[in-house]
Each structure stands twice: as structure tokens, then as C-alpha cells.
Design a protein around this ligand. Sequence first.
Ligand SMILES: Cc1ncc(COP(=O)(O)O)c(C=O)c1O
Length: 399
Amino acid sequence: MPQLASRMGQAKPSAIMVIAEKTRALKAQGRDIISFSIGVPNFLPGEHVYAAARAALEKDSGQYGSNRGADALLDAILGHFERSGVTGLSRRNLCVGIGAKQVLYNLAEALLDPGDTIAFPTPYWTTYADIAAIVGARTLLLPCPPEQDYKLTPSQLDAALAQKPKVFLFNNPSNPTGMVYHREEIAALAAVMARHPDTWIVLDDIYNRMIFDGVGYHNVLAFEPSLRDRTILVDSLSKTYGMPGWRVGFIAGPEAVANAMVTLNSNHITSIPEVVNAAALAALSGPQDVPASKNAEFAARRDQVYAALSAIPGVVCPRPQGAFYAFPNISCAFGKSHNGRMISNDVDFCSALLEAKGVACVPGSAFGDPLALRISYTCPAEQLAPGLQRFQEFIAELK
Ligand SMILES: Cc1ncc(COP(=O)(O)O)c(C=O)c1O
């Protein structure tokens, strides 16, 4: 019997998707489920995006597209980066792919040989560890507990980079914690990065338009322009433009890296589809009021979630300032039971919560922190308060 490639022994399906599937199955059985599990925005793009897609369909060329991305789209992406303060790029610094996920996978292939090390803070977005495993890279995890607001400190980064990992991957605002690094924190981290020239810096900042409290988006290139030669910015239309299903992501980085990604595209995906290209172009060059117009709503939801979690004795949750996640430490529940069902860890907690109260959250172990769970608060508005109330009841009922 032929066997799968040994690398598949390292690969596992995304834990977030597993919970989403379980939730869908319970819903299909008619259960009243409130999902705090999936990380998708609760808005769709404007009509101009759909109009552009329809027009592209009407005059479909039926052809493959550019491996790098169509020129007009690349120009719109340059404009997008300029709006977030990253200037001086050209088309040759860019490459488009099927969402940030595929772009990150390509990047891992472009930058990491088997046995190379990739470092990133924990909690991390679950796919980072899975991609590293598939390409055979070692991970150097940098634990960032709630006592330090789930944020990496300059001294931690210094110690990590002293070990010369091939890649340092940094995500701001963070999925799963919703934490956002402030200006002075980014400046301090940038200074450390500048002292360690042997490491590629990958910035996954796809939530960079979803930041509250006037904190603003800051990135290390503004503080240390010398980092530009080895920094790759990853971005996506999924969250910013409410377009996760359209699957458009892109990078901006040194030409050699962008060219490597183009080569990989030429063998993996060829190009994004023509209709998707038209929709992406319309989103990037049309009105830019989304998601800024959504941030007030997200900040209000954050307040509601944070207030509910903070009111639960024993639950610890640093106050998120971006994206649409909160990441409470729920280890106070471990060793207790719910209706006779023992809660030994985060997975037990999330399973019991889903079955007893119909509230779906993602266990923190999916993000490298088994003491916590992730709440995504983009559910329909009318479900947020009841979902939080059920969460509070569940913990109050623990014995
Ligand atoms: C931090 C982070 N990076 C990348 C992605 C992937 O986004 P995309 O939909 O563009 O593949 C996600 C999606 O949840 C994410 O949270």
C-alpha cells in the first residue's frame, strides 16, 4: 500500500475549522448555537465590488492571469500600502496570492529550508505552527502570558534573535488575543530587530485597519528603515474589506523574495481568477470607509465582551484593542466539573460549554496557549449579550 508523504504526519487540519465544523453540525441538528469561534468580519464589501466582479464576468477573457498579479491590481496595492505609511515600493516588491494563508505558506517555502528555525510569539495564529511543521521548520516559541498583556518584550525578542532564527514572524494586531502594540513598543522592537541582521522579518498585519482607542497602526519599518531589505509585509483583503471568501492576499518585500513568490505562484496557482482580480481592484481603489466605519461598532462589542469577562472571578483577560478577538485565561475552571463533567483543560472547557450552553469558542491550545480560549465577537449583534451571559452562567455553575 503506498503511503502519504512523511510531511503529512506533521500536518493537521486547522483546529479552528474543526470547531466550526462541529458547530455547523450541531446547528444542523437544530441546536441553538451561538458561535464565538470563527474569525470572519460581519460585513460585506460595498456594491462597487460586486459591480466590478459582474463587469469582469461579462467580458471574461478566459485566460490565465499574471503570476505576480495584474499591473492595475499591483498599483492599487501600492496605494494601499502608502495609505498605511509604507512608501517607496514598486510593483517588483509585490506578489499576490490566494489569501494571506496561501501567501504565508509560499513565504515559508521561499524562506525556510527543512531544519531552519522560525520564531514567533505565543499565543500565535494557529496556522503559523502548522505551516512550519509542513515545511519541516523548527519553531522557536516566545511565550507571552497575560501578565505581559500577551505582548512580546524587547528583551525576549533580543534573546530570541540572538539564536539567529531564519525567520521572525510577528502579528499585530494579534489573532487570537486582539492585543495591539503601541507606537513606543513597536519602536523598541524595531531597534532590537535592527541589531540582528541575520533574520528575515515577516509582519502579518492583516488586521491593521481594525484598531481602536486611537492607538493607531505602527510598523517597524517607520522606525528602522534599514529593516526594509529583510522585511516582508503580509496583507489581505479578508478582514479589512469584508472579503474572506474572495481569497486575496499579498506581500510587499525585497525584490528577491517577491520574485521567489512569483516563481512559486507560477507552479502552484498561476494567478488569482480574473473576476476576483476585478473585485480586489475595486475594493482597493474604491471608497475606503470600511472598516473604519465598523471600528466604532467593534470597539463597543469589545467593551461588552471585556466587561463580561472581567466580571467573572478568576478569569483573566487583558483588554484587547484591535481585530475582533478576546483571549481570556480560563484556567481557574480546571479541576472543576460542570453537571458532573470534569474540566481538565481548555478542550474539555470548550466542549462542555458548546454542549451545555451552545456557545462555541476555540480552545487556546490551538494557538499555543492551553490556559485560555478565543472569543471572536463578530456574531450577529443580538447574539452577543446572550452568548456572554451563557458563558458567565457556565462558569458560575462549575463545582
Ligand atoms: C493573523 C492572520 N493571518 C492570516 C490570516 C489568513 O487570512 P486570509 O483570509 O487572507 O487567508 C488570518 C485569518 O484568520 C489571520 O488571522
